[in-house]
Design a protein around this ligand. Structure first.
Ligand SMILES: [Zn+2]
Length: 250
């Protein structure tokens, strides 16, 4: 039986997720910054929270870990990336590690850059990308290099196109506006921006295939700004990040 994912918005634009193993009704929760809200959401689904899965140490992702563990006696483990300093972490994970969630298996994809120990979680065709990959966007490089982010994107983009992408923030409209600025003739992005602007709720999940078509950080090889421009993925990642930051300051 598959897992079922329930997104739960938090704070201004954060996403938390309840990931339910349907066979056992055990669930893991991703980045439960609002402990009360995620507990209510899990209860509404008839699921028991056994694990907290933290993508990275920033407060707006890990800030509810300790409270949720206090509130839910069923929580057995708090996962976080090696060396990331995640609040309340009881088990650190590295690239390729796996663990059980009910009868499902979760795999860890290490994506250091936004934080030094940022990780993504892959389970049953769903990837939880935290602040590494957004819908049509990318987290900032707080603790890493463009080469590291380029490598992180390469790992995520190697997943099957139909993999569902569940991101850490709802930034889709703004991201699509920059994506169109960087890739003006891309009709898929034009369509996506219209759709995102008309969405009155969330824009998750995306898919890896959609990100390949609509995310400038995933399209380093085909952006018009790089026509006749040499440079490998790391240099292009640096330049797209800089273009986005400059665009955001206009
Ligand atoms: Zn963050």
């Amino acid at each position: 039986m598959p897992v079922r994912v329930v997104p739960v918005p938090a704070l201004e634009d954060n996403y938390m997720y309840v990931v339910i193993d349907e066979e056992t009704k055990q669930c893991g929760v991703i980045d439960p910054v609002d402990a009360a809200a995620i507990q209510t959401a899990a209860e509404r689904e008839g699921a028991t929270i056994t694990a907290i899965l933290t993508t990275h140490s920033h407060w707006d992702h890990a800030g509810g870990n300790v409270e949720l563990k206090k509130r839910c006696a069923s929580v057995e483990v708090v996962y976080g990336g090696v060396g990331d300093g995640v609040a309340g972490c009881t088990k650190e994970l590295g690239d390729g590690d796996t663990f059980a969630l009910g009868n499902s298996t979760v795999q860890v994809i290490s994506t250091p850059c936004h934080t030094a120990g940022h990780i993504c979680y892959l389970v049953d065709g769903n990837v939880f990308t935290g602040d590494t990959m957004f819908v049509s966007g990318c987290g900032n490089f707080n603790s890493g290099t463009p080469a590291q982010m380029a490598q992180a994107f390469q790992k995520l983009l190697a997943l099957p196109d139909e993999t569902k992408v569940w991101v850490g923030h709802e930034y889709t409209c703004k991201n699509c506006r920059f994506a169109l600025f960087a890739d003006p003739d891309n009709e898929e992005i034009q369509r996506r921006l219209k759709w995102a602007e008309s969405c009155h709720s969330w824009t998750v999940p995306s898919t890896i295939g959609d990100e390949k078509r609509c995310n400038p950080f995933a399209r380093l090889g085909s952006l018009p700004m790089f026509d006749n421009e040499p440079g490998g993925p790391a240099e292009r990642m640096r330049l797209v990040r800089k273009a986005k930051d400059d665009w955001g300051r206009r």
